[in-house]
Design a protein around this ligand. Structure first.
Ligand code: ADP
Ligand code: MG
Length: 249
């Protein structure tokens, strides 16, 4: 082995993706019917990457996101996040993993209707045992980051869809997670607001070096991502990079 080959080997060994999904299968049983929601999917996502998973309805996108967030057990394969096998974790370890590493943004915002924006954003910190004053301080900071300082005391009903999703994003970021997962985050928004939300997500990702993994069926939203992974029938069928050609997998 020459020096160059050795250097390449070391670089490869040091290249540790923050998310490493290997041959993951997830089967749902509904009565007699078996549904292969994930059928041996493999993919990697690097730290700081803004990745998009795209595919038509029913292709397994939400299932994949939920598995990567440790919300449900897989049938087989491996999911390694920040060097840890989440498929081997106990329920208690998974709760801690989610609290410390993961933020989640939902299509339908999932805000508590009787809580103000600030209270909604502060909620994840309560589960981490952080005191009231510190919770408020961090929630205000997260709302500032998404441009909603003026709406701290509004309840979801008193805000537009785009504003509600900003609150959802602030809530996902308040714990300073390494990874934010977003399942169709613009699915309930008009196209102008969708573009604004995507630009906000990109800006935050770049500023904070957070890894973002977004699921969508909309190519216009996928166009914002550094890397797009196509899924079909529970498998990855191609990866494309911004301004580059698609590669088959
Ligand atoms: P997508 O998000 O790409 O629309 P999903 O991951 O939600 O797709 O679903 C993939 C497949 O798995 C679909 O056929 C769906 O009906 C099925 N599925 C998803 N969740 C469940 C569940 N909890 N129980 C049974 N089947 C499910
Ligand atoms: Mg879905």
């Amino acid at each position: 082995m020459d020096e160059q080959q050795a250097a390449a080997m070391i670089a490869k060994a040091q290249h540790r993706p923050i998310i490493d999904v290997q041959n993951v299968k997830k089967i749902y049983r509904v009565g007699e019917v078996k549904i292969r929601a994930l059928d041996g999917i493999s993919l990697t996502i690097d730290k700081g990457e803004f990745a998009c998973i795209i595919g038509r309805s029913g292709s397994g996108k939400s299932t994949l996101l939920n598995m990567m967030a440790g919300l449900e057990a897989i049938n087989s394969g491996q999911i390694i996040i920040s060097g840890k096998h989440i498929e081997r974790m106990t329920e208690a370890e998974l709760i801690e993993f989610r609290q410390q590493q993961i933020g989640f943004v939902f299509q339908s915002f999932n805000l508590l209707p009787h809580y103000t924006a600030q209270e909604n954003v502060a909620l994840p910190l309560m589960f981490r045992g952080i005191g009231r004053a510190e919770r408020s301080r961090r929630a205000r900071e997260a709302l500032r980051l998404v441009g909603l300082s003026t709406h701290r005391h509004h309840t979801p009903m008193q805000m537009s869809g785009g504003q509600q999703q900003r609150v959802g994003i602030a809530r996902a970021l308040v714990g300073n997670p390494a990874i934010v997962f977003a399942d169709e985050p613009t699915g309930n928004l008009d196209s102008k607001t969708s573009n604004e939300i995507m630009e906000l997500l990109l800006e935050i990702a770049q500023q904070r070096r957070t890894t973002f993994v977004m699921v969508t069926h909309d190519p216009n939203m996928a166009a914002y991502a550094d890397k797009t992974i196509n899924v079909l029938d529970g498998k990855a069928t191609g990866i494309s990079y911004k301004n580059a050609e698609t590669t088959e997998v």
